[in-house]
Design a protein around this ligand. Structure first.
Ligand code: SME
Length: 166
C-alpha cells in the first residue's frame, strides 16, 4: 500500500509554496502518477460554473475528452452527487465514458473550493480527481481513504478564484 500520509505531506508542501490551482493540480497529477502503480490516467476535470459541465484540467496519461456534460459518466456522477465513485469494473457503470480503452477500473473524488464556487460564495465543487487503471478492482477502501486525504490537502490549500474568473 502506498504511504498516503507521506504523499499528503508532500502535497501540502507543494501546494503551500504556490496555492494557484493550476500548479497545485499539475503537481498533484504528477505525484499520484509517480507514487501509484498500475494507472493509465490520473488528473483533474474542473467544473464550469456556467453550465455544470466538467472541463479537462492538468493530467498525466493519453489525450482525453475535453468536456463532460453535467451528470455524465463516472466524473459527472461524482460531481452531481458530491460523492466519491469507486468503480471496480467501468464496463458495468451505466454511461461510463471511455476516453482510454485501456481503463477497466476507476475512482473519482470531488474536490471542493474552500473559497466558494464563484457564484454564491458557498463552498462548492471546483473539480474532480479522476484516476483510471487497466486492472479490474484496482482501488480499495484504503486507496479511497488515502486519496481523500490528498484531496483534503488540495481543498485546504488550492486557490480556485482565478478559475472562476475565467
Ligand atoms: N471515464 C471517465 C471520463 C474521463 S476519462 O476516463 C479520462 C468518466 O466516465 O467520467
Amino acid at each position: 500500500m502506498p504511504d498516503y500520509t507521506l504523499m499528503a505531506e508532500q502535497m501540502r508542501s507543494l501546494a503551500e509554496s504556490e496555492p494557484l490551482w493550476l500548479p497545485v493540480l499539475a503537481n498533484a497529477s504528477a505525484l499520484l502518477n509517480e507514487a501509484l502503480p498500475d494507472l493509465n490516467w490520473v488528473g483533474f476535470y474542473l467544473r464550469d460554473p456556467g453550465d455544470g459541465s466538467l472541463v479537462l484540467g492538468p493530467f498525466q496519461g493519453k489525450t482525453a475528452c475535453i468536456r463532460i456534460a453535467e451528470g455524465r459518466g463516472v466524473c459527472g456522477t461524482a460531481a452531481a452527487k458530491d460523492e466519491i465513485q469507486l468503480v471496480p469494473d467501468v464496463h458495468k457503470f451505466p454511461g461510463h465514458i471511455a476516453c482510454d480503452s485501456a481503463s477497466n477500473s476507476e475512482i473519482v473524488l470531488p474536490v471542493h473550493s474552500a473559497g466558494g464556487n464563484g457564484e454564491t460564495g458557498r463552498p462548492g465543487i471546483a473539480a474532480v480527481l479522476d484516476i483510471d487503471s487497466p486492472l479490474y478492482n484496482r482501488f480499495s477502501e484504503e486507496d479511497r481513504d488515502g486519496l481523500a486525504k490528498i484531496v483534503r490537502v488540495i481543498e485546504e490549500c488550492a486557490d480556485f478564484s482565478t478559475w472562476y474568473a475565467l
